[in-house]
Design a protein around this ligand. Structure first.
Ligand code: PLP
Length: 407
């Protein structure tokens, strides 16, 4: 194998390239007809009534929190196993992030959410880690009974299904659904526009205020003014942001969206190749799945059984690197970051996230990989694991000396 297998490579075809070129030649670069089309097709595909294209999922989360008027003195519950952006968004509106520990599936544990709820709790942000949906049928009623908002961080979950319905659609009868769902189109995500995101909702009034807030809090966007009114007039109605997506990015997104089903199928197929190769090995644990869901397989997070290995996660990563394979780690738990560690949230215990963290490694998994590359990865992982197996008698000897020391 000569070419290094990068941790990620986007799948960009001629469709995306030609649409970008057409956009550049069209004379309309900012949010315009292509953004409108992307929003329409996206909302249809995920089964949401409204979709607003924004320039990142970070922006989508911030907008949703601001649109729900969450701020100073309010608490927002989320998971420690997420990208820092989830927590930064909560801090941007002046609210207090509260961490609820993960369950066995790596997602936020509804039982832990319950323990963290106070009179000040205004919202819950569950994160569908790796593309595996959270237990929404527990989280939705838990929040609704207490008048708490739900914003889903679906940065990994474009194309995932929860109990037969796409993430974004919510349950049958949308009264119990999330207030907003935030998707990411960052370069490494399942569907990419380079940078970009989408926020979906079922509430028309909320959709309108999100749109207004995404463009400086003004009354109309540039395309509306141009196409419907042809006028120069606008009014500033609220303290808004500059969060809109450009038509150049939407040009990519339109075609990525049309390929999303194919992408997910390919991801699931490769995930199965990994499962088959690693299932019999007691040095690792396979990533969790849920038979009632369609996993989007944004990430394949292998869990090392460190007590059965002579090497740690870092050495495992370096061994694969030497064989020409890129890996990553998702995620460094929130309290382990220096900035977050100074916040009161650091006092919150999330022992399960901290226990899991040293064991996790994300394997390369994306549609631009060839089947041959996937098999090469399985071959190398198996070789490294076999070579690094801790012999049983050694493991016993280790625990003996431990107890000897204790005595
Ligand atoms: C990538 C990611 C985000 C942020 O997405 P951007 O589009 O880069 O802002 C938020 N949450 C999670 C869990 C992510 O992985």
């Amino acid at each position: 194998m000569t070419e290094f297998i990068r941790f990620h490579r986007p799948s960009i075809g001629d469709e995306e390239i030609n649409e970008v070129v057409d956009t550049l030649r069209s004379g309309w670069l900012t949010s315009g007809p292509r953004v409108a089309r992307f929003e329409q097709e996206f909302s249809k595909q995920v089964g949401a009534r409204h979709a607003l294209a924004v320039n990142s999922a970070s922006a989508a989360l911030h907008l949703a929190l601001a649109g729900l008027k969450i701020g100073q003195g309010d608490e927002v519950i989320t998971t420690p196993m997420t990208f820092c952006a989830t927590v930064q968004a909560i801090l941007h509106v002046g609210a207090t992030p509260v961490l609820a520990d993960i369950g066995a599936d790596g997602n936020i544990d509804p039982e832990q959410i319950k323990k963290r709820i106070t009179k000040r709790t205004k919202a819950i942000i569950p994160v569908h880690l790796a593309g595996l949906p959270c237990e929404m049928k527990v989280i939705w009623p838990l929040a609704r009974l207490r008048g708490i908002h739900v914003i889903e961080d679906a940065a990994h979950a474009a194309g995932a299904h929860y109990e037969g319905r796409p993430i974004g659609a919510g349950p049958v009868g949308v009264a119990t659904a999330s207030d907003a769902v935030a998707f990411s189109f960052y370069a490494t995500k399942n569907l990419t526009t380079g940078e970009g995101g989408m926020v979906t909702t079922h509430r028309p009034g909320f959709a309108k205020s999100l749109r207004m807030l995404s463009l400086h809090g003004t009354s109309h966007d540039a395309w509306d003014r141009y196409s419907e009114h042809g006028d120069w007039h606008y009014d500033v109605l609220a303290h808004g942001f500059k969060y809109n997506l450009s038509d150049i990015q939407a040009a990519i997104g339109i075609h990525q969206l049309r390929k999303l089903e194919q992408f997910i199928e390919r991801r699931a197929f490769y995930a199965n190749v990994y499962h088959d190769a690693f299932a019999g090995m007691d040095q690792v644990e396979l990533p969790p799945d849920n038979p009632r869901c369609r996993h989007a397989w944004h990430l394949y997070i292998l869990r090392l059984n460190l007590e059965r290995l002579k090497i740690d996660r870092e050495e495992f990563i370096r061994a694969l690197q030497r064989k020409g394979i890129g890996t990553s780690v998702h995620f460094i738990p929130i309290p382990l970051h220096r900035f977050f560690a100074q916040l009161p949230l650091a006092r919150d215990a999330c022992p399960r996230a901290l226990d899991l963290y040293p064991r996790i490694v994300s394997m390369p998994l994306y549609p631009a990989m060839t089947e041959e590359q996937v098999h090469y990865v399985t071959h190398c992982v198996r070789a490294v694991l076999e070579h690094s197996r801790r012999a049983r008698f050694l493991a016993l000897g280790h625990s003996c000396s431990d107890s000897a020391r204790r005595v």
